[in-house]
Design a protein around this ligand. Structure first.
Ligand SMILES: C[S@@+](CC[C@H](N)C(=O)[O-])C[C@H]1O[C@@H](n2cnc3c(N)ncnc32)[C@H](O)[C@@H]1O
Length: 307
């Protein structure tokens, strides 16, 4: 597979008629020297003052332009971010997942990939460990543009590839640790995806993955008819024993459950930074233990897989 050819092709996505105006807006942003705080909210402040500068207070921060640009980049699924006082309250409180996983990894000097990295929220936070390299994979022109918007100010060395998990086996370098969060249930061939992750690892590498799960000891999985929690492209939702079988059959030697968690209405909710619906609309209004389709409500399992 010729990745360079795919990269060139996908660079053309930036000229799509819904994306081109967003890219033009980014071109109009001024250069600023910023301080980046990698807490639960990725917070940018003006480095010169080393303190929060409310939007509009400083001549060289064009508050309206930053706000307008952030707004046209909606929907913001992952975050939160704060840009010079402008709070981008994303649909997902991504710090909940990041903080849940935080005790389970140390990225110091590691080559790290985040597959399905969206706008790069986790990657920005992972800089705190001083990894050797951070690479995000996500075939979305919009999320790449959100990343470029934030990174215009952060100026990180994070590499963002408009590639998918299917390209990982052909990637020019291998990784010590691969995060693949919230992607497996979107794949119609989950074992092929797990094999791709395996092939992306260097010897002794590991994967940290999460996916929707159903309770039970049987080696089975739910195959939603049309949608699951109103999400159309959810193909397989396994029990933990079924997920373990998939992982072992993909070549992994070790399968360790790190955590399980139910998605709560505090973690995923409608905000002014998305259009349309969120979790509260996806659950049965009379029984929040069920999705609107009658399946068990979204529950995730977080696992570590070792090569
Ligand atoms: C449910 S979101 C998960 C985002 C983030 N990893 C998280 O856990 O919060 C799924 C992400 O996978 C991305 N995606 C779609 N197709 C993909 C593919 N073929 N390979 C990798 N990521 C993909 C989407 O653009 C989206 O950002």
């Amino acid at each position: 597979m010729n990745l360079e050819k795919i990269r060139i092709e996908r660079q053309k996505w930036m000229r799509w008629k819904n994306i081109a105006p967003l890219r033009e807006a980014l071109d109009g942003l001024v250069e600023l020297t910023c301080k980046c705080d990698l807490g639960d909210t990725i917070r940018l402040t003006c480095a010169a003052r080393n303190e929060e500068v409310p939007l509009g207070c400083k001549e060289n921060i064009d508050a309206e332009l930053i706000k307008k640009t952030a707004k046209i980049l909606m929907p913001w699924r992952k975050g939160p971010f704060e840009l010079f006082g402008l709070f981008i309250d994303s649909e997902w409180q991504s710090q909940i997942k990041y903080n849940l996983l935080r005790p389970h990894f140390n990225l110091k000097d590691k080559r790290v990939a985040d597959i399905g990295c969206n706008n790069g929220y986790y990657l920005f936070r992972m800089q705190e460990d001083d990894p050797a390299k951070l690479v995000g994979f996500d075939p979305s022109a919009l999320y790449k543009t959100q990343f470029d918007f934030i990174n215009h100010f952060v100026k990180s060395d994070i590499v963002y590839e408009l590639l998918g998990v299917e390209h990982l086996p052909f990637y020019e370098e291998k990784f010590d640790i691969i995060f693949c969060l919230g992607v497996l249930y979107h794949r119609s061939d989950p074992i092929a995806m797990l094999k791709a992750l395996y092939k992306g690892l260097d010897v002794k590498g590991e994967v940290i993955l999460d996916t929707f799960m159903i309770d039970g000891d049987e080696e089975i999985c739910l195959t939603p008819k049309g949608s699951y929690s109103k999400i159309p492209n959810i193909y397989f939702v396994p029990t933990i024993p079924a997920l373990k079988n998939w992982c072992l059959r993909s070549g992994f030697k070790k399968f360790e459950v790190l955590e399980t968690s139910l998605t709560c209405k505090n973690e995923q909710r409608r905000t002014e930074w998305i259009e349309g619906q969120s979790l509260e609309d996806f659950l049965d209004p009379d029984d929040s233990s069920k999705t609107i389709e009658g399946y068990s409500a979204p529950k995730r399992v977080y696992v570590r897989l070792v090569k």
